[in-house]
Design a protein around this ligand. Structure first.
Ligand SMILES: N[C@@H](CCC(=O)N[C@@H](CS)C(=O)NCC(=O)O)C(=O)O
Length: 221
């Protein structure tokens, strides 16, 4: 009896694993880019139906909210209707489907990858808030200054870890840092981050040549 249950479960899992998933998507979102880089790395792009969804902090989008009350992208809808968010949860789900290469299991590599992921996500979070503040009619100078100080501190820390980034196996940490630096290129050209972190820039130049990063360059429109 137990065996029959296991077989049914496995078959159901295999069926749903092969089905198409809907991804609330924008080609400009760095968090969506994390998911898409993982999908490219894992060979899962054909399994994703990309639905262009506009997510804006001031304008909750009912079409996204039907799947995610936070009205944020990325949001993934599985074939059986279950939904997944936010980006790191979706990335880990795809990694489990695609062979488990991007979320290392063994202690040292795991904590290193998750730490870099957190740093990349934190840099992204502050960059988005920084851009929002910058676009306001009357930005708060102290806030702009604080965001810039934190961004520079992240870059300085990562510049000192460039060798470790080269040596570590490619992971969610590399994906997220690459997307955060790509976002600086896209929205904060004037910061000139490469001059602030030249060793990190050398590492990023190699990363940017990966097909997964080339295919997911942010585009307007
Ligand atoms: N922590 C979330 C952040 C996602 C996020 O903030 N996405 C932006 C688009 S780049 C968004 O949906 N913003 C709409 C909003 O904040 O209401 C994740 O990693 O998925």
């Amino acid at each position: 009896m137990a065996g029959a249950t296991t077989t049914t479960t496995t078959t159901a899992a295999a069926t749903s694993a092969a089905a198409t998933m809907k991804l609330h998507f924008s080609p400009k979102s760095p968090y969506v880019r994390k998911v898409m880089v993982c999908a490219h790395e894992l060979g899962l792009v054909p399994r994703l139906e990309l639905v262009r969804s506009v997510a804006a902090m001031l304008v909750p989008n009912p079409a996204i909210m039907a799947d995610n009350p936070l009205s944020k992208i990325p949001t993934l809808v599985l074939a059986d209707g279950r939904t997944l968010f936010d980006s790191v949860v979706i990335c880990e789900y795809l990694d489990a489907l695609g062979g488990g290469r991007l979320f290392p299991r063994e202690d040292d590599a795991k904590w290193q990858a998750l730490r870099w992921h957190a740093l990349g996500d934190g840099l992204l979070d502050l960059s988005i808030l920084w851009r929002n503040e910058r676009e306001r009619q009357v930005p708060l100078p102290a806030l702009l200054e604080a965001f810039e100080r934190k961004a520079r501190a992240c870059l300085a820390l990562l510049d000192g870890e460039a060798d470790a980034l080269v040596q570590a196996p490619f992971s969610i940490g590399h994906v997220t840092l690459g997307c955060a630096l790509g976002y600086l290129d896209y929205r904060f050209d004037a910061l000139g981050w490469r001059a602030l972190a030249p060793r990190l820039a050398a590492w990023q130049a190699g990363l940017a040549r990966r097909p997964s990063f080339i295919a997911t360059e942010p585009v307007d429109g």
